[in-house]
Design a protein around this ligand. Structure first.
Ligand code: F6R
Length: 594
């Protein structure tokens, strides 16, 4: 979603804001803008990219300012709708992430009171409300404006003659970076990494006022203190490190990410897993909720947990659960969310808590909103994921789900020790796939010429078919559908032609023979077939056009190896098509609106 940033300190604010916006670009890139404090508030905007905005800037030595990179909700991407938005006097400027739900009503009311609006956005009501209530104290004016606003927000406000920055949050993330005689406010940790690793995570309902020398946080008018935390990520982790795209770098980081995620949880001597979770929680079944790629991890998790623990597991898309009458009993609710900020997940988490369930969040981001609400948290150790398309975080989520299932596997599951041993070997197996990058790139160039594709699999790999299709859709703009291989004949067969390639994920498990039969049916309709198949499976060569080889693993881990191959395939398909890989059109990371 939109990225927002504010700065006050002893440096020139302009380059700091531009640098922070570049780091936040993955949250939205429909338009961008900054406002700098001086005798007046100077506003610069661009309808598209930060580089263009940067070139348009005049020298300005202001040491206070705010910035925004937009993912459009209300109003199309345009210069008029780009933030910052100002009041009638042009002195107050605001950047906002979220949705002001009652903006139409507020806009009408403010218009009747004489305020003049220049954009179609919901945000613009905020500076006008602050203007209405301003009586010489920006913080007080913001507090009074907040009473009128319903919806979700993280916003930052400045006013020409006050050398301070005021910000507030409700249901949208906001952090304060603490530097040496300087403070930054931002919607996300990577924005401030170049300047500090000290942060304060604001809570819902907090308002913060920063100057170059002070920070004051209030809640319901009362001053509160919030603990300072250290960011566990380094600046280097948020750089491209010579790769063409963050996505490729993040795919290549997967062996390390897998190792980091299981490190500390697997005992060196015994085949035991310790996740440091509460042992006294009793539950009869599990419900896993997530969105997008994380939902695909949840679907794999269902197979793994049921197989190893015999605990019944259901999975739902978080946004669907939120409007359903799902009956929960003695249920453990697990939310999987890379960002820990996804609005649909946050709502699902709150609903599960209201229903009295014990909640566990699996996330990548320390201090994220979900971690503040859930009863328990498990961190995947993927490091900052900058590419909008999730890759390494997905694989890390799978690893955490394996650990969770293995930690609960009944002691008499004889294979537990050997599965743990194999889990330890996964980084090496992933390396072997990365070594085949050149070959997979060739298949990507082949796939790039088609406009429609199917991804099929059975059983534990069906979610990986969904994931392969999602990646090709979102970064290569090819219409792709993930299907259980057995379902194609119930309708989608009508779409199979020589122009509709099918990518089949073929694991050597109990689905193998039937999947081969499905592939033969597909070939009979003349669709080209690419198989992702393990080494040593010579049989598959007879039935498909191309084979992408992955190392042999226990079938329970085949989702990991297939995923790495599919992520590379999607990357090279998108590259061949000249797509904007790290920042695909219309998408943004961390979707903080419902
Ligand atoms: C796709 C992708 C998205 C996210 C989804 C959930 O590549 O990244 O589908 O998986 O928006 O995000 P989180 O996991 O942050 O809740």
């Amino acid at each position: 979603m939109c990225g927002i940033v504010g700065y006050v300190g002893e440096r020139e604010a302009q380059p700091v804001l531009i640098n922070c916006l570049k780091r936040l670009e993955y949250r939205g890139y429909d338009s961008c803008g900054i406002a700098l404090l001086g005798g007046s508030t100077e506003v610069y905007k661009d309808a598209v990219r930060i580089e263009a905005l940067e070139k348009s800037l005049r020298p300005n030595d202001s040491q206070t300012g705010i910035g925004h990179t937009r993912w459009a909700t209300h109003g199309k991407p345009s210069e008029a709708n780009a933030h910052p938005h100002t009041d009638c006097t042009g002195k107050i400027a605001v950047v906002h992430n979220g949705v002001v739900e009652n903006f139409l009503q507020l806009r009408e009311q403010l218009t009747n009171e004489g305020h003049v609006f220049r954009s179609e956005t919901d945000t613009e009501v905020i500076p006008h409300l602050i203007e209405k209530y301003y009586e010489g104290d920006l913080e007080q004016a913001v507090s009074r404006a907040l009473v009128d606003i319903t919806g979700s927000y993280a916003f930052i406000a400045i006013r020409a003659d006050c050398r301070e920055v005021v910000a507030s949050r409700k249901d949208s993330p906001l952090i304060v970076g603490i530097g040496d005689k300087e403070y930054l406010i931002a919607s996300d940790v990577p924005a401030v990494l170049d300047y500090t690793d000290r942060v304060v995570y604001l809570e819902d309902g907090d308002t913060v006022v920063i100057t170059s020398a002070s920070i004051k946080i209030t809640r319901n008018g009362e001053q509160v203190t919030r603990a300072e935390d250290r960011i566990p990520w380094s600046v280097d982790e948020a750089q491209k490190a010579g790769y063409d795209h963050f996505m490729l770098k993040e795919i290549h980081e997967q062996p390390k990410v897998i190792r980091n995620t299981f490190a500390g949880h697997i005992s060196a001597l015994e085949p035991e897993i310790d996740l440091d979770m509460r042992k006294d929680i009793d539950f009869d079944n599990i419900l896993i909720l997530a969105c997008g790629t994380s939902y695909h991890a949840a679907l794999v998790g269902k197979h793994v947990i049921q197989r190893l623990t015999q605990i019944p597991v259901a999975v739902d898309i978080a946004s669907e659960f939120n409007y359903s009458d799902t009956v929960l009993g003695n249920t453990l609710v697990i939310i999987i969310t890379q960002s820990g900020e996804t609005a649909d997940c946050m709502r699902a988490l709150k609903k599960a808590k209201e229903l009295g369930c014990h909640t566990l969040v699996i996330t990548n981001v320390v201090g994220s909103s979900a971690t503040r609400i859930a009863d328990e948290v498990l961190y995947i150790k993927a490091g900052p994921e900058i590419s909008v398309a999730a890759t390494k975080s997905f694989v890390a989520q799978l690893i955490m789900l394996y650990l969770l299932a293995l930690s609960r596997a009944s002691a008499d599951v004889r294979s537990r020790g050997s599965l743990i041993a194999e889990l330890r070997q996964l980084p090496n197996k992933v390396h072997e796939i990365l070594d085949r990058e050149v070959e997979i790139a060739e298949h990507g160039r082949y796939l790039a010429r088609y406009e429609s594709a199917f991804f099929v699999a059975r059983g534990i790999n069906f979610p990986i078919a969904l994931e392969g299709a999602l990646k090709v859709k979102e970064i290569a703009y090819i219409h792709a559908e993930g299907y259980p291989a057995g379902e194609l004949k119930h309708g989608p067969f009508a779409l199979l032609t020589p122009d509709t390639p099918v990518i089949a994920i073929v694991a050597k498990d109990n689905t193998y023979e039937t999947l081969l039969a499905n592939i033969k049916e597909i070939k009979a309709r003349e669709s080209p077939v690419i198989a992702i198949a393990e080494e040593g499976d010579d049989e598959i060569e007879k039935y498909v056009d191309f084979v992408i080889r992955v190392p042999r693993v226990d079938p329970i881990f085949s989702p990991v190896t297939a995923t790495v191959a599919l992520h590379l395939l999607a990357y090279y398909t998108a590259k061949e098509r000249g797509c904007s890989i790290d920042t695909p059109r219309n998408l943004a990371k961390s979707v903080t609106v419902e």
